[in-house]
Design a protein around this ligand. Structure first.
Ligand code: TMP
Length: 240
């Protein structure tokens, strides 16, 4: 198994490295981010794992606000960006300065995919605002866990999880964003179209920057995915 092979890099000469996980709902990002964190940490490396929105006190509050109410597309965009500004200045940049490997469970690309491609807000504007709040700090490696919305719907129906939340959290259903209906196990037609736009958007982002992105089939078993992720990460770290 890939995990058991010796690392071609050593904790002593560790350099900063930024990895992000992106994808639609129920694509397995969080699981893969956690597995990667354990593997790197278990290899003796300094690793910081962050989740967006969240991972700072303001980020946590904004997560709670975002999940409970309905917003205009513009205010939703600005709330996600506010959480990111806080994360970059207080957690992400300091970790990279200390040569840690940072793993982000969602980052700037989520905003392009959801508020840009999904909601239809101006992509150039989002890019400018992303540059402002990220201070230009972007991942060297981004995994897209690609999953058809129909498969996401099936997974969520099985788990009874809300579509837009983390484990056990219910994000309010709102037009154009959508989530699993409170009692049911299907996307609304509008929500399905939204999630399809998000997926297509992600694929466009990945195609535009193939050196940064690795597109993985989110339907594959999580153990197989974890080994694929590990293989890519080891290769990139060895080359960095
Ligand atoms: P998650 O915890 O399952 O990743 O859910 C976070 C939700 O927030 C998910 O539906 C995607 C959404 N989101 C955006 O719409 N824009 C963003 O910039 C970020 C970070 C998340």
């Amino acid at each position: 198994m890939l995990f058991n092979e010796p690392l071609a890099f050593s904790p002593r000469g560790q350099k900063p490295f930024f990895i992000s996980f992106e994808g639609g709902e129920a694509s397995g990002k969080t699981t893969q981010a956690n597995i990667l964190y354990s593997r790197l940490h278990g290899s003796g490396l300094r690793v910081t794992l962050v989740k967006e929105p969240g991972s700072t006190p303001l980020g946590q509050e904004l997560r709670a606000i975002l999940k409970g109410r309905s917003f205009t597309a513009a205010s939703e965009l600005l709330l996600f960006l506010a959480a990111r500004a806080e994360l970059v200045e207080k957690v992400l940049q300091p970790a990279l300065v200390q040569s840690a490997i940072v793993i982000a469970d969602r980052y700037a690309d989520s905003t392009l995919a959801y508020q840009g491609y999904g909601r239809g807000l101006d992509l150039g504007l989002i890019q400018d605002l992303n540059s402002f709040v990220t201070r230009g700090i972007m991942p060297r490696l981004t995994f897209l866990l690609d999953l058809p919305p129909e498969e996401a719907q099936r997974r969520l129906a099985q788990s009874q999880a809300p579509l837009l939340g983390g484990p056990g959290e219910g994000w309010e259903a709102r037009p154009g964003v959508g989530r699993l209906e409170a009692e049911g196990s299907r996307f609304e037609a509008e929500a399905m179209a939204f999630h399809q736009r998000v997926r297509d958007g992600y694929l466009k982002l990945a195609a535009a920057e193939p050196r940064r992105w690795r597109v993985l089939d989110g339907r594959v078993a999580k153990e197989v995915l974890a080994d694929l992720v590990w293989g890519h990460v080891k290769e990139m770290l060895a080359a960095s």
